[in-house]
Design a protein around this ligand. Structure first.
Ligand code: NAP
Length: 508
């Protein structure tokens, strides 16, 4: 069986002690083990701060962009292998696996391009220079410079390759070295991605390291110049946030957590219209893609009460036709959940929804003795609390009828990553967006004329990803905006020629 090692201090180190076993969630076959015991975490952090950081800061944005291009090329070469690992270790269908791996490559390329556009600068100018007094001699300028610490990235199990790439591209482009920790249960693709990046020798020593296995006390070792980007459950995020060193040293932290994303069908949308079909297609995709294990997946489906019957009938039929099975089988449209713990969590979440609504489709319980399969499940819930408060991280969604003001119902999710609106009525869209926007990081306006729309579930590198409240209050990506998390904004003030000379090397 394969033993997954960590890549720290310029070499691969296999952990000692009790290891976690990684399995194929469709067959429960053991595939690999991973342990981080014995890996010197403090040494890894010091190696990043003292070796990786200075090497990255010596490069221009264009040169750092070149590093990302090199990483993308290396992953592209290993694409088929990475897809196969996600299918075996993540329960992904081939299409689910592409979503992760191609998403990783596309994100690296988008930030490589941004690096080229930012050019020869090594830090960013933030806005124009400002005259500060009556005399033009007193001048100010905001600059954003890379922090001198390490960027620790903790990722969730659902996107092993994309999680690694989307966080690393922003940090490396900004000039900060990275220690990445994939979720252990599905770490095989992330581990292989790291191997191919190391083998390609595209990065300076210490720029990118990977800890495979339990996090141990990693967050407790961070200091004032370090940053921590965490993706996972709100509960873990909250626990890390409260660590004494995180509070004492004001360690900058970004949290991407749970979200009860909603889709809202407008009252103007007629049954069987193009807009209606788009809405159905995107709701179905979000319930079944990656077996619903997407932080952006639609969990609450808000429809006008008058059209509820038609939507119910259509969705139940479409979900019933979804072939659930081993992703190794070509007929399979939806694979298993990623782990046994994940399956137990989803089944208990289904029970919570069962207590406040009506199950419309999907077989109860585990689908087979072997493998972590559950069927796509739809509820109808008129009045409930769990439906707005408990994220069931699996192929489960709830239909919620509304009479008016769907935005008020959406807001009961207490902060989300994305909300989608399907309507062609400009007044309805305007009112819905005004009510939904304060609670969300992103709003997706569905339209059948937008060709090849990836739907609300796809996070694009050009736009920000994150959301307020329950969603963690974080923000990632968004092109140039992605860099700010890794940069310290400093206000320079002084004599105009001196300030202007210092600002000269910055990218506008
Ligand atoms: P989790 O248990 O919180 O684990 C997430 C990551 O945190 C894993 O890498 C885990 O490592 C690590 N971890 C656990 N305890 C830690 C600690 N004390 N210190 C540092 N790291 C720690 O979350 P999950 O249940 O696997 O993931 C599913 C959740 O992630 C869902 O709620 C989903 O909504 C959320 N998610 C959010 C986004 C987003 O972008 N907003 C994206 C994807 C998923 P081990 O695996 O080694 O335990």
């Amino acid at each position: 069986m394969q033993v997954l090692s960590s890549y720290v201090c310029g070499r691969w180190i296999a952990g000692s002690g009790a290891a976690q076993t990684l399995v194929n969630p469709a067959t429960e076959e053991a595939l690999a083990t991973a342990s981080s015991e014995g890996v010197d975490l403090a040494a890894a952090l010091a190696f990043a701060r003292n070796t990786g950081g200075p090497a990255l800061r010596a490069l221009s944005f264009a040169e750092r962009g070149g590093l990302l291009q090199g990483m993308a090329d290396a992953l592209q070469e290993a694409r088929d292998e990475l897809l196969a690992l996600n299918m075996a270790n993540g329960g992904n269908t081939r299409s689910d696996a592409k979503f992760d791996v191609d998403g990783a490559i596309a994100t690296l390329l988008a930030y490589a391009e941004l690096g080229a556009a930012l050019g020869a600068g090594r830090f960013l100018l933030d806005g124009e220079g400002i005259q500060l007094g009556r005399s033009p001699r007193f001048h100010g300028q905001h600059l954003c410079v890379p922090r001198h610490g390490v960027a620790v990235h903790v990722n969730a199990f659902n996107f092993p390759a994309w999680g690694l790439a989307e966080k690393a591209s922003a940090a490396l482009l900004a000039g900060m070295p990275v220690l990445s920790k994939p979720a252990t249960a599905t770490a095989m693709a992330a581990h292989r991605a790291m191997q191919v990046i190391v083998e390609a020798k595209v990065l300076p020593e210490g720029a990118l390291q990977m800890l495979v296995g339990a996090p141990r006390d990693l967050p407790a070792l961070l200091g004032a110049q370090d940053v921590l980007a965490f993706t996972g459950s709100g509960e873990t995020g909250a626990r890390i946030r409260a660590l004494p060193n995180i509070v004492r040293h004001s360690v900058r932290m970004n949290v991407e957590a749970d979200s009860l994303n909603a889709a809202v069908l407008g009252p103007d949308v007629a049954h069987r219209s193009d807009m209606y079909e788009l809405f159905l297609k995107e709701v179905l995709r979000d319930i079944t893609q990656k077996a619903g294990q997407k932080c952006t997946a639609i969990r609450r489906v808000l429809v006008p009460a008058e059209i509820l019957g038609a939507v119910r009938e259509d969705l139940v039929e479409m979900l019933g036709a979804t072939t659930v099975g081993d992703p190794a089988d070509e007929e399979t449209r939806m694979g298993p959940l990623a782990s046994e713990a994940q399956m137990k969590d989803v089944l208990s979440g289904i029970e919570k929804l069962n207590a406040e609504g009506r199950r419309l489709g999907g077989q109860p319980g585990r689908l087979s003795e072997k493998g972590f399969f559950v069927s796509p499940t739809l509820f109808e819930i008129e009045n409930g609390n769990a439906v707005h408060e408990h994220e069931v991280f699996g192929p489960v969604a709830s239909l919620i009828p509304y009479a008016d003001n769907p935005a008020a119902i959406v807001a009961r999710g207490n902060g989300g990553l994305v909300c989608s609106v399907y309507s062609e009525d400009a007044a309805f869209i305007e009112e819905a967006v005004a009510g939904i926007a304060p609670w969300h990081g992103r709003i997706y306006l569905g339209h059948p004329k937008v060709e090849l729309s990836p739907g609300p579930g796809t996070v694009l590198p050009q736009l920000v990803h994150g959301g307020p409240g329950r969603a963690g209050g974080g923000e990632e990506l968004g092109a140039r905006r992605a860099l700010s998390f890794y940069l310290q904004r400093v206000a320079l003030q002084g004599s105009r020629p001196v300030v202007q000379a210092l600002a000269k090397g910055g990218a506008a």
